[in-house]
Design a protein around this ligand. Structure first.
Ligand SMILES: [Fe+2]
Length: 286
C-alpha cells in the first residue's frame, strides 16, 4: 500500500503526485520543483499559524495594491532580485558586450523621433548634460542606422509620466538614429536618483527590513539595429552615492558612466559606447 498519510517527511511527494503526469508544458515543469522548494522552506522556517496568516495577509495586500496603473507584484519581484535574475538567465552575452538590465515601468513606446543634437529637456530644468553615444559591434566596427530610444527622470528624480501636470508631455524622451560613424548625440539635463514606491505593502515590508528603496541616477536606453540583439539597458551616473545600493540590482561596472564637468557652469558631458551582439539565427533583432 502506498504511503497515503500526509507527514512532514512526504508532504512534497504527496502533493507533486497529484499532478497529471501526461500534462506537458512550462507550468508542469515548474510545479514539481516549486512544490518541493515551498515545502522545504516551510519545514526549515517552521512558521506558526499566526506567521502564515500574516504571510497570506501580506500577499493579499500586494494583490489589492496592484491594478492597471500600479504593479506591486512586479515591485516585489524587482526588490527581491528575481526580475534581475530572470534578465541574467535570458540574455547571456560575451563580457565585452553591453548587458541588458530591467526596462522599468516608465518606458513609453511613442516618444518623438529627433535629429542629432536635439534637446530632450523641454523645460530646461536642471544642469545641462550632453550625451554622445557610440554604437559598435564586438569587433569595434560602427553600426549605422541603429535606433536609440532614451528616457530618464528629471533632475529631481521624476519621469514625465509620473508628473503629467508638472512636466511637458514627452519631456526627457527621444528617439535617435546613429550616423555613418555609429554615433548619436543629444542634449538633456542631469537625471536625479529616485526611490521606488514606499507607500505600498512591498515597500513598507522590505523597507522595514532595511532593503534599500533608492535607485541611483541613470539614463535608460533601448537600442535596436538590424541583425543585432536589442539592448535594453541603463547608464548610471558614476558620481551617485547610491551606486552600490540600487534597489533593482541593475548596476554593473560596464554600465557606469563618467558624467564629466565641461567647465561651463554646472554643465556636464557623457561619452558612452554600446556594444551589440549579432542576433542568433532564428531570433529576431527586435
Ligand atoms: Fe529609471
Amino acid at each position: 500500500m502506498p504511503d497515503i498519510s500526509f507527514s512532514e517527511h512526504n508532504s512534497a511527494q504527496l502533493v507533486a503526485q497529484r499532478l497529471d503526469k501526461h500534462a506537458e508544458g512550462a507550468l508542469q515543469t515548474f510545479m514539481v520543483p516549486f512544490i518541493e522548494h515551498l515545502h522545504k522552506l516551510i519545514r526549515e522556517t517552521r512558521p506558526t499559524h499566526a506567521d502564515w496568516r500574516r504571510t497570506v495577509e501580506f500577499l493579499t495586500e500586494v494583490g489589492h495594491a496592484s491594478d492597471g496603473r500600479r504593479q506591486e507584484w512586479v515591485l516585489l519581484s524587482d526588490l527581491l532580485g528575481v526580475t534581475a535574475l530572470i534578465e541574467e538567465i535570458n540574455t547571456r552575452r560575451p563580457k565585452e558586450a553591453t548587458p541588458n538590465t530591467v526596462r522599468g515601468p516608465f518606458y513609453r513606446a511613442d516618444a518623438p523621433r529627433l535629429a542629432m543634437d536635439a534637446n530632450i529637456s523641454l523645460d530646461g530644468a536642471g544642469p545641462a548634460l550632453t550625451v554622445t553615444g557610440h554604437v559598435r559591434d564586438l569587433d569595434g566596427q560602427p553600426i549605422a542606422d541603429a535606433t536609440i530610444e532614451t528616457w530618464q527622470a528629471n533632475s529631481e528624480g521624476f519621469y514625465e509620466n509620473q508628473q503629467p501636470d508638472l512636466q511637458p508631455d514627452f519631456n526627457l524622451r527621444g528617439v535617435f538614429t546613429t550616423d555613418a560613424r555609429g554615433c548619436f548625440r543629444y542634449r538633456t539635463v542631469r537625471p536625479g536618483g529616485y526611490a521606488v514606491p514606499a507607500d505600498g505593502p512591498v515597500g513598507q515590508m522590505l523597507g522595514s527590513l532595511g532593503f534599500p528603496l533608492r535607485r541611483p541616477a541613470h539614463l535608460h536606453f533601448l537600442i535596436k539595429a538590424e541583425g543585432f540583439e536589442t539592448i535594453s539597458t541603463h547608464v548610471y551616473d558614476g558620481g551617485d552615492p547610491h551606486l552600490g545600493q540600487d534597489a533593482l540590482f541593475g548596476v554593473k561596472e560596464e554600465l557606469i558612466g563618467d558624467f564629466r564637468p565641461t567647465g561651463k557652469g554646472d554643465a556636464l558631458s557623457l561619452d558612452f559606447t554600446f556594444v551589440m551582439v549579432r542576433a542568433k539565427k532564428g531570433r529576431g533583432s527586435t
